[in-house]
Design a binder for this molecule. Structure first.
Ligand SMILES: Nc1ncnc2c1ncn2[C@@H]1O[C@H](COP(=O)(O)OP(=O)(O)O)[C@@H](O)[C@H]1O
Ligand SMILES: [Mg+2]
Length: 270
């Protein structure tokens, strides 16, 4: 479990990135931080592994106040997936993943064995392990990033726009795989995204953030759709301009679904 209690952060230049933020990520569930660029999503995420310290308030991970935990120890106990993969360019893919296991105290052989297992788990062929990161596609590099976050066997995972840099088809595939991993591994995940569909696809609950770092609403996707807190939330979700209004139309006895602009996007299963 991760909890934020009345967390505030203003950077030295006067920018407020977190304003009285409180929410909980229950153990084994996924929460998305959703909001416009600059709303403070990355700042909140980086607070969890103490890359940023709050000015006030409290953050706990698994019931421990993280201000009392050594940042290096804390970071080793948390998986972290970055937008661009964040791989070391001069190290082979397998070694990139094994390194995290080594830092957590695994022997060299054990670390490589675990790294290989994680690469397989995220759907990468064994032979890719001997390549360098630049010899992989963007989607493959993102998978390596996920494998590296998993290899430490941490209960808690942080993901910052993890699939932002890959094209839409690969993105959907990675999202589906992430859902599969979540249901198999039961990690506690805090995820940053500015993409409403990604938040809906991956998160059990969503923290909607406004510019200025305050929480506009913390709710399940279902609650957000049925009861958006205000116009800001409704606009962000696409509820105001009809972008998320779906219609059912009959085409020769088949019920098809269109979006707000009348484009066909699916069918109703009989
Ligand atoms: N190290 C920093 N120093 C000063 N301002 C920062 C720093 N990091 C982020 N900010 C500012 O804080 C606000 C929130 O940034 P960030 O947490 O990166 O938002 P998001 O991830 O939602 O785009 C932005 O206005 C950003 O410019
Ligand atoms: Mg960000």
């Amino acid at each position: 479990m991760i909890t934020f209690e009345n967390v505030n952060k203003t950077y030295p230049n006067g920018t407020t990135a977190a304003l009285d933020v409180s929410f909980t990520v229950p153990a084994g569930s996924t929460v998305a931080l959703l909001g416009p660029s600059g709303a403070g999503k990355t700042t909140l995420l980086r607070m969890v592994n103490r890359l940023v310290d709050p000015d006030s308030g409290r953050i706990t991970v698994g019931d421990r106040d993280i201000s009392q935990i050594n940042p290096v120890t804390l970071r080793r106990s948390i998986g972290y997936v970055l937008q661009e993969g964040g791989l070391l360019p001069h190290k082979r893919v397998l070694d990139n993943v094994a390194l995290v296991a080594r830092l957590n105290g695994a022997s060299k052989a054990d670390a490589r064995e675990r790294a290989q297992r994680m690469l397989t788990l995220v759907g990468l062929d064994a032979e890719l392990g001997s390549r360098f990161p630049h010899q992989l596609s963007g989607g493959q590099q993102q998978r390596v990033g996920v494998a590296r976050a998993l290899v430490g066997e941490a209960d808690v995972m942080l993901m910052d726009e993890p699939f932002g840099a890959v094209d839409p088809m690969i993105r959907r595939e990675l999202q589906a795989q992430t859902r599969r991993l979540q249901s198999e591994l039961g990690k506690t995940v805090l995820l940053v995204t500015h993409d409403v569909d990604e938040a809906f696809s991956l998160a059990d609950q969503i923290v909607v953030l406004r510019t200025g770092g305050s929480v506009a609403q913390y709710a399940t996707p279902e609650e957000l759709l049925t009861n958006p807190a205000d116009d800001f939330v409704a606009d962000l979700l696409g509820l105001s301009d009809g972008a998320r209004d779906l219609h059912v139309v009959d085409r020769g006895g088949r019920a098809l679904v269109t979006d707000g602009s009348g484009r066909f996007i699916g069918r109703v299963r009989a």
